[in-house]
Design a protein around this ligand. Sequence first.
Ligand code: GCO
Ligand code: MG
Length: 405
Amino acid sequence: MKIKDIKVFVCCPGRNFVTVKIITEDGTYGLGDATLNGREMAVVAYLEEHIAPCLIGKDAHQIEDIWQYLYKGAYWQNGAVSTAAIAAIDMALWDIKGKLANMPVYQLLGGKSRKGVTVYGHANGETIEEVLKNLGTMINEGYKAVRLQCALPDTKGTYGTMEGKKNYYELQGNRPLPPEQEWSTTKYMNFIPELFKQAREKFGYAIALCHDVHSRLTPIEASRLCKLLEPYKLLFIEDAVTTENAEGYKVIREHTDTPLATGEKFNTLWDAKEMIQNQWIDYVRTAVTHGGGLTPLKKLADFASLYHVRMAPHGAPDLSPVCLMAHMHFNLWAPNFGVQEFVGFGTPELNEVFQYKVELKDGLLYMDDKPGWGIDFDEEAAKKYPYKRSYLPVNRLEDGTLWNW
Ligand code: GCO
Ligand code: MG
């Protein structure tokens, strides 16, 4: 089944998404997500200039060989831009294979390992009271796991909170340049344990709770935080330190039994290998989009399973619904699936461009059985929401030093 055309769409129904559509000679098409927040157009160029011309006429069924061809064949392996581009091609090919087989993709992986996908939602807020109010609402909605993020008092902007704004563009003040936020490790360390203390006092221990440090601590600071949080029995602490130096996780591991999650920025299995085989982490957060596609992610899952490490794919708002649907299939299959990050059912604009259906019942996410991923993309609707240049915020310490955001 020959590949006839590859189209790349960039649209902004609330935020930017890069979507790939591969069309075969019989008119079957498949979709993939190539969104790399803040660097979208670099991926578009990679796809249009460097990938698409090499694939026209190739057999769409040869998913593994095409993946190797794009990864090894480029000589310049890995990197966020190239793996997002390769991932989108890989996803689109799996979607096509599912459609041609008339089966949902999870069937091609070996079938379902569970009835639904456990998700964790986000309870955010400007104050502890607000976070706890949102947590209460989510518990009533049936969530079994929730991430808590709260604005730090007397701080200009905190990751995971909106400063009372409705959306990312409003947060940016509509400037197409990186907004700047502020960070104080001392204020953070003094504040966060109180958030979890109050959450446990109010809601008990049945609800699984997690938190994203977003790589702002050093290994010894992260160790201290994880120890302070031990009484509150978190599901995991995410990105306690940056991942470039894997041994940072060894330091934390030696100090605490708070479970650790990381990997949303991993691009390959090799980024994760050392942490997994040393059992320094408990959950791998790699997304199909940023990890190079379903083809490498299933290898990552199998490798992680040898070491009791579970998959907890990244599901922030900047991963498109195509990625969410790919995760649904992956998570239904992966024997060592843990939990999926889930940020809700999208805005009317988003759902106008992407047609898909998921349903939350008792904390599990379900979808209908459809061939492929079970998602469609409305090209005409997408034209109504043109690309807007935008960046993630940058972060500075109170003295002005640039810090990890
Ligand atoms: C998460 C992530 C996101 C990232 C975002 C970057 O755990 O959900 O850390 O919030 O910051 O995906 O583009
Ligand atoms: Mg994260």
